[in-house]
Design a protein around this ligand. Structure first.
Ligand code: GUN
Length: 306
């Protein structure tokens, strides 16, 4: 079997077109959804992500504001910034880009975001609502994965789904969303024994464990759907060759930048057994941004009781 690629970029564009139409409807009523993105420090990857988010807002007619804060900021100072945004009427969504510097109390910052503006879905109130199955703001990456599955007509009900990774921002909410969609869910993590034995029983695998090309063909049941959330930086050319052989495009990309992004799935071998697979890049990533836009519009509506 040769897997079909789930084209995240194309599906994300489709979703963004729908959001743009929704924004137009709101604007006609005098409402412009607004997103504030808080970037602490000057990490190049975080800065690139934040700029992509701002560009998407612009594309869709969503007001956006970027706060760039020096990495020496204290927790108290950052809390004060977040509280200002909580009170700001022009802002419907607040996203504090992670990771934060180690000296900043991440938990305190995420809990300071007004849950109604928590477009990341990281606040304990929102995670709690997700556990209970109540309508709420849900983390963008796992919600985006669900949208990819739905729009690719993957049957979730009754499926055996395996989530690799138990992080608060992906693994845990992903497992809950799949469970609410009536999958039978297994969560695996770094201490799980016989990982491959468990993944081989899965109809759907969501890999979000942060290990380059961990999932290989012998981990995958023929016909399974494999979603790759991983984004691992590979800066060794021989590693690129080992993973992708003579793939000209990858090698060219590597030679241009000195690194490439590789998922948690060994795309080359898994492609031979899976029925569908998301590419990295161009799979889950673009969908995460589209979902952030969707959450911002949702927050704008919810805050006004619409
Ligand atoms: N850093 C990488 N991904 C994310 C995300 O989805 N939200 C936030 N806030 N930071 C991130």
């Amino acid at each position: 079997m040769t897997a079909t690629f789930i084209k995240g970029t194309k599906i994300a564009e489709e979703v963004k077109r729908e959001i743009a139409a929704d924004v137009e409807t709101l604007k006609a009523r005098g409402i412009q959804p607004g997103l504030a993105v808080v970037l602490v420090g000057d990490d190049a990857a975080s800065s690139a992500y934040v700029n992509m988010k701002a560009r998407s807002c612009e594309q869709l007619g969503i007001y956006s504001r970027k706060l760039t804060i020096p990495s020496a900021v204290t927790t108290e100072q950052l809390l004060a910034e977040v509280r200002k945004l909580d009170e700001d009427e022009a802002i419907d969504g607040i996203l504090v880009q992670l990771p934060l510097p180690k000296h900043v109390n991440k938990h305190a910052i995420l809990e300071a975001v007004d849950p109604r503006k928590d477009v990341d879905g990281f606040h304990s109130a929102n995670l709690g609502s997700l556990v209970l199955g109540h309508e709420t703001l849900v983390a963008c990456t796992p919600l985006g994965v669900m949208e990819l599955l739905h729009r690719s007509n993957v049957k979730i009900e009754g499926a055996n789904a395996v989530v690799l990774g138990r992080s608060d921002d992906v693994g845990k909410p992903q497992a809950l969303l799949l469970m609410h969609a009536n999958a039978t869910v297994t969560i695996c993590h770094s201490r799980t024994r016989n990982l491959a034995e468990i993944t081989r029983r899965a109809d759907i695998i969501v890999a979000a464990i942060g290990k380059t090309a961990l999932v290989t063909r012998d981990w995958v049941k023929p016909g399974a759907v494999v979603i790759d959330v991983g984004t691992n930086k590979v800066s060794d050319r021989s590693e690129v060759r080992r993973l992708f052989g003579d793939d000209e495009a990858r090698l060219k990309d590597f030679d241009k930048r000195g690194y490439i992004w590789v998922g948690d799935v060994d795309e080359r071998s898994v492609q031979e057994v899976a029925s569908m697979i998301t590419p990295v890049p161009g799979g889950v990533g673009p969908m995460t941004i589209a979902t952030l836009m969707k959450n911002t519009v949702k927050a704008a509506r919810m805050r006004r009781g619409l």
